[in-house]
Design a protein around this ligand. Structure first.
Ligand code: AMP
Ligand code: MG
Length: 311
């Protein structure tokens, strides 16, 4: 049966809570992208997430908390991590922390000694609690592994409509790119993935972030996989379209599709995956105008580079 889509609200949260209790898979909107949620305590439900997405089993998931205060149940929280949670939660920052023994399934973090935690800025946290659900959710992006992340309910339906139970439609995602992932241990903080929180905003709390040592074992396993890949070819830093190319603009002066006509990075992040999905297709050639690297530009350029080399 194709997935049911329900508008975000009490009825949708009640149905979501019932399905999650039954080990089901539910797509939920977050401020970053749509996620595919399952009970983080259930080995079987988590296995079903990997199967539905076709996700490599060594790529660990992010556990999403209903309340920021719950983090200490599942991880050891160094002082620096506590400061980051106070500053950025609820919000699009994921912390990879030393894992504590808890009722969460080992598979929630792919058997690693660390666990990725985030408390999203999303109304369903309160909605699920009101509907009687009270456990953390593992939640990767709600797309087929290797595809572009979904920023609308229709994107989720396109990729996973015949593989999951329910899609909660909260409209287009406010941020449009995934969370920033930081590993924090007693030695300090390292950036594992650029994302919706700008590096400079994090460094205002942490002082300079370390880069993970190149080739460090499992620094962030997900970053090694083919990712964010459209079918189209993608040429970056393009000033003009070449023969047969569609140019995606940024800033004033571009006719045709554009990430942001005013050069606004937040708008560009919101439009990025939608445009890639809309323009994608076999044999399509895309070119993208230069995007500055500061602020959200780091995440946008990272995703574009992955999309360009991902095929
Ligand atoms: P996704 O949910 O697909 O956006 O990806 C989650 C990201 O978090 C991936 O890049 C994972 O590799 C990373 N991640 C999750 N858990 C851990 C962990 N325990 N250690 C390092 N990276 C992690
Ligand atoms: Mg993903």
């Amino acid at each position: 049966m194709p997935a049911l889509t329900l508008k975000a609200g009490p009825d949708a949260y009640a149905r979501a809570a019932a399905l999650l209790s039954d080990g089901g898979l539910v797509a939920l909107p977050t401020e970053t992208v749509y996620g595919l949620a399952a009970d983080a305590r259930s080995d079987a439900a988590i296995r079903d997430i990997y199967t539905a997405k076709g996700r490599p089993s060594d790529n660990p998931l992010i556990t999403h908390l209903l309340r920021a205060e719950e983090a200490a149940r599942y991880a050891r929280i160094p002082d620096l991590a506590a400061k980051l949670t106070i500053r950025f939660w609820p919000g699009p920052l994921t912390l990879v922390l030393p894992r504590r023994d808890s009722d969460l399934a080992a598979r929630a973090s792919a058997g690693l000694g660390t666990i990725a935690l985030r408390c999203p800025d999303a109304p369903w946290r309160a909605g699920l609690v009101a509907a009687g659900w009270d456990a953390p959710l593992v939640m990767p992006s709600a797309n087929l592994s290797g595809h572009v992340s979904p920023t609308t309910a229709a994107h989720v339906f396109h990729d996973l409509g015949d593989r999951i139970d329910l899609i909660v439609d909260g409209g287009p995602c406010a941020r449009g790119v995934e969370s920033t992932v930081i590993r924090v241990d007693d030695d300090g903080a390292a950036l594992l993935r650029s994302g919706a929180v700008a590096r400079a905003d994090i460094e205002a709390v942490t002082s300079p972030l370390r880069e993970p040592a190149p080739g460090a074992p499992l620094a962030s396993p997900g970053m090694m996989h083919r990712h964010y890949a459209p079918q189209a070819s993608l040429r970056l830093n393009a000033k003009a379209a070449r023969d047969g190319e569609t140019l995606i603009g940024f800033g004033p002066g571009f006719a045709g599709p554009s990430l942001s006509g005013t050069g606004d990075l937040a708008e560009a992040a919101r439009n990025l995956y939608r445009l890639l999905r809309e323009l994608d297709g076999p044999g399509v050639k895309l070119a993208v105008a230069p995007i500055p690297g500061g602020g959200l530009g780091a995440a946008i350029n990272d995703r574009l580079q992955r999309a360009a080399r991902g095929r």
